[in-house]
Every structure is written in C-alpha cells, then in structure tokens.
Design a protein around this ligand. Structure first.
Ligand code: PLP
Length: 285
C-alpha cells in the first residue's frame, strides 16, 4: 500500500506530496511540529499535543492553519488512510511560502501544513526497552528557546549521529553548569539511590514533553516521590536507574551513560513499571 500524506488541503500519495522550494520551513527552519503516538489505531494524548502545537505557533507568531478540531480530523484521517495500528503521526506547520527574506512575509501568507503517518515495529520497540539503551553526553549547544518544538533540529541531528557513531543510541545534552537538560529527542530522568524520581523542571532549557507530563501521574500512582529539579551528569552516573521519555518510545530505560553502567546495567524496576503503566494515564482518541 502506498503511503498517503496530507499537504495543504489535499491527501496525496507520497510521490506527489511536495512543498514549494520557497517554503520557509525549507529555507529557514521556520516552523513547528508535533509527533503523536498511534496505538490500536487511536491517537494518544492528541489533545495535549495539539495544545502544545498551539503554544509553539503562538511563540513564533505563526497563524494556526486550521482549528484544533479540524487538525484532529486531519490527523485521524491520515492515520486511517495509512492503516496505522501502531506507529506515529507527524504534523508540521511552517510560516508558509514567500520570496526568500528573513523577515516575516508581509502581507502575511498562509501557513503550510503537512501531516504524515508511519507504522512502527512494536516487537523491535519492546526489545529495545527490554535491553535498555546507551547514551552519550555532550554540551548543549542549542538555542535558548528549546521549549518551542521547532523543526530547526540541527544540534539534535548532530548529537544523535555522534551517539550512533560512538555505539550509543542517543545523546543527553549537558548545560554549562554540568546539569543534564534532556535527550536529543526525549526527556531525561533518573532514579536516585534513595528511590526518588528526578527530572528537570520544564523551563526554557527543555521541551515540556507530553509523555513527561502524563508520566508524572503514573509516578504518583506508584507512590514514588518526584523531584522536579536539575541533576548533574555525575549524579546520573551514580543513579540507580535512568530512562528517557518521548511519544515514540514512551519510557525507554538507559543502562549506560558515556560507557558507565547505570545500576546493574539492566533496565530497572521503576522504568519498567512506568513503561507498563503509562497508557493507563494517557488519553486515547
Ligand atoms: N525533548 C525533545 C528535544 C524532543 O524532541 C522530544 C520529542 O520529540 C521530547 C523531549 C519528548 O516530548 P514528547 O514526550 O512530547 O514526545
């Protein structure tokens, strides 16, 4: 079956799914995106993802391409047309197509909207979670507004590639104070030797992950203590457990950071239990 994408009002086969060369997303990375998990053919936490999209658009003063309700319809339609049971739906909004000039187009142009969906291999994801992943650390060299989910992801791309070239799966960014900010495409968490679950506050130095937000409920329901605070790389090396959260991976145990084993080098009970519990707290629609 050929894949179908939504592009500016039309559902097109991938072959015909194209955007203009002067789209500002292509020219400047002037756009925002969302990725939402699909499970059992249903969108997971779509309401929260669309609310964050609204915020990202507002921060960059990009007009919403359509109402939140209409966006939800398009997302579901793309999932249905691609017959996704388990996978992800991707949505991107850019400031639109205009003659290349850094300043915003005047008069304003219509924002561009692209939606795609892709099946994921569930067995492969479960195997990844069962084994845990290795991460490397690197200085956080991103801009000061990574709380906005922009498509400008070059530092994240380079970090991920560096991780792979060093035999790891992902990278954790570290700020000037030696504190971990987040992963290249996920939020970072540790479990301290005392059993406290720690993740960085959602200020401008990290993306406020939807998985992160929803996982707080799961953590509380398990009777675990949460500390929303910065933690250093050194503290992470000595943690009992570490893990990352993102819509595509939910909770993924981290068993090695910079070559050092975390805990006993196997996925820990907290991360494993949270991964199992997550969807009890998520919205499916
Ligand atoms: N941090 C970054 C930099 C990300 O790119 C992502 C997801 O893509 C996340 C955190 C996790 O966000 P969410 O849980 O909403 O997928």
């Amino acid at each position: 079956m050929s894949r179908i994408a939504y592009v500016n009002g039309r559902y097109l086969s991938f072959r015909d799914a194209k955007v203009h060369v002067e789209d500002r997303g292509y020219q400047f990375g002037d756009g925002v995106y969302e990725v939402c998990e699909v499970r059992g053919g249903r969108l997971i936490n779509a309401r929260r993802h669309l609310a964050r999209l609204d915020r990202s658009l507002g921060e960059l003063r990009i007009r919403a391409p359509m109402s939140t309700k209409a966006l939800g319809v398009v997302l579901r339609e793309v999932v249905a047309r691609n017959r996704i049971g388990y996978g992800v739906v991707y949505l991107q909004v850019t400031r639109g197509v205009a003659r290349r000039d850094h300043a915003f187009p005047a008069p304003e142009v219509k924002p561009s909207l692209v939606v795609t969906a892709r099946a994921l291999n569930r067995a492969r994801n479960e195997a990844l979670a069962a084994n845990g992943i290795a991460v490397i650390s690197m200085p956080d060299n991103r801009w000061g507004r990574v709380d906005i989910k922009t498509i400008g992801l070059l530092p994240n791309v380079l970090a991920r590639q560096a991780a792979i070239e060093q035999g790891a799966r992902d990278a954790w960014f570290v700020d000037r104070d030696g504190a971990v900010t987040e992963g290249a495409s996920a939020n970072a968490w540790i479990v301290t030797p005392a059993g406290k679950v720690v993740t960085r506050p959602a200020d401008r130095a990290i993306l406020r992950g939807i998985t992160r937000t929803v996982l707080f409920e799961a953590v509380k329901a398990q009777g675990l203590a949460i500390e929303e605070r910065a933690f250093t790389l050194e503290e992470a090396y000595g943690a009992r457990e570490a893990f990352v959260t993102a819509a595509t991976q939910i909770v993924l145990p981290v068993v090695r950071i910079d070559g050092r084993l975390i805990g006993n080098g196997k996925p820990g009970p907290v991360a494993t239990a949270l991964r199992r519990a997550f969807h009890d707290f998520a919205e499916a629609g």
